[in-house]
Design a protein around this ligand. Structure first.
Ligand SMILES: [Zn+2]
Length: 409
């Protein structure tokens, strides 16, 4: 897909939403979108944010007549109003096409049996994975979320070869397989995991336990759902489908578009979407576009692994801290596992930060705590309370794991 063609489709989409979507009619009031013809002009358009979508609740972003909407999904809102996203039948089809490509890039074939553990319903994941696998012709085992006993039973009895899930749920499954000594009873070969940032330690742990090849999949409800990007067998970044979405990387503070290769926030324009197209949508996900072509030969460009969220930044004792930094510190201390939590509360008028981290069996917890405290002091520049725990002591989640608990007043 050449850039000229992508840009002209983006411009056409801007003109369309400025006429048809109540949200954009308001947003673009006074902006001469009909004369839009250069990339620089496009890059001067205001961003679309999650708050815009909340303000447009329930369907103020809708761009087609009601009778063309065939489905809605909703993002799992943590606070405030949920975000509802309507789909036309073409949108559903396009999404399934991208999802099918994801399976193909991961080497999944019609011989495979795909166990889909994300939830079905308003959340996009379950139905998205289902549609792509059916389009491909693989067999789906649509267990949905929860009930780990039944998941494991079906995985064994129906001989699932591909596991779909969040990385935290995959970790939970891996630990259960290990605990029940089931590895030789199951036929899993591949895993497609996504929807949250996950570090090398979690990967190592899942890999060591299950011994499967796994793939990072990327997506968000606001832009179709999961399946807009996935890594290939080279595992050198996620190919994104630039014939459906246009990606920019911006400086999250200044909003300036950064050149390929530089780390920043991913901003997406869904230029072929019919029911709820978004222009320059701020994903809050931090990554970079990897310059050059992939050794696999795919023509689709690549996004690097998601390193965090631009709004993950927490301010503690006046210092800016990203959870990814804590993860990095833990990775460099021999003995800690991949699970950790940051607890923020008050001690008098001052912030207090506790780092809880699980350590492998047979390690000296007290010794590890000393080392953790020292590394945080030098790595983050602040004093933390270190707490080394046994494997399994921290809560596991089927959805997204909450790494930061902020109960400061
Ligand atoms: Zn590739």
């Amino acid at each position: 897909m050449n850039e000229f063609s992508v840009m002209s489709q983006c411009f056409a989409q801007v003109r369309r939403v400025a006429k048809s979507s109540p949200m954009y009619i308001k947003k673009y009031a006074g902006i001469p979108v009909n004369t839009l013809m250069t990339k620089a002009q496009f890059e001067s358009l205001p961003f679309t944010t999650k708050q815009d979508l909340r303000d447009a609740y329930p369907m103020g972003m809708q761009c087609v007549p009601n009778n063309q909407i065939v489905r809605v999904h909703s993002s799992s809102g943590t606070t405030g109003l949920p975000v509802i996203i309507p789909y036309s039948s073409q949108d559903i089809e396009d999404w399934a096409v991208m999802m099918e490509r994801c399976y193909q890039l991961a080497g999944v074939t019609i011989e495979d049996r795909v166990q889909v553990t994300p939830g079905f319903g308003l959340w996009t994941a379950g139905l998205g994975f289902q549609a792509g696998a059916e389009r491909l012709g693989a067999m789906v085992i649509p267990t949905g979320s929860g009930n780990t006993d039944r998941q494991l039973q079906l995985m064994r009895d129906l001989e699932a070869t591909v596991l779909i899930g969040t990385s935290s749920y995959a970790l939970l499954i891996a630990e259960e397989v290990e605990r029940r000594d089931m590895r030789h009873d199951i036929k899993l070969k591949k895993g497609i995991f996504g929807s949250e940032r996950w570090g090398d330690k979690i990967r190592d742990r899942i890999y060591k336990t299950l011994g499967i090849e796994f793939f990072d999949i990327y997506g968000l409800t606001e832009i179709y759902g999961p399946g807009i990007a996935i890594d290939c067998s080279e595992h050198m970044g996620m190919h994104y489908f630039n014939d459906f979405i246009y990606c920019e990387i911006i400086d999250p503070v200044t909003g300036v578009v950064l050149p390929d290769g530089e780390q920043g926030e991913i901003v997406i324009t869904s230029f072929r979407k019919e029911a709820a197209p978004l222009i320059r949508y701020r994903t809050r996900d931090m990554s970079r576009i990897i310059p050059g072509t992939c050794p696999c030969g795919s023509p689709f460009p690549r996004l690097d692994r998601i390193v965090g969220r631009s709004d993950d930044m927490i301010k503690v004792k006046g210092t800016n801290i990203y959870p990814a930094q804590v993860e990095e510190i833990l990775r460099n201390i021999e003995g800690f596992s991949s699970e950790y939590r940051i607890i923020l509360d008050n001690e008098g008028f001052r912030d207090r930060m506790t780092v809880q981290a699980e350590a492998f069996e047979g390690t000296d917890l007290e010794e590890l705590e000393k080392e953790l405290e020292k590394s945080c002091k030098s790595g983050l520049g602040i004093k933390v309370i270190p707490k080394a725990m046994k494997i399994g002591e921290l809560p596991r989640s089927e959805k997204k794991t909450k790494r930061v608990i902020d109960s400061r007043e």
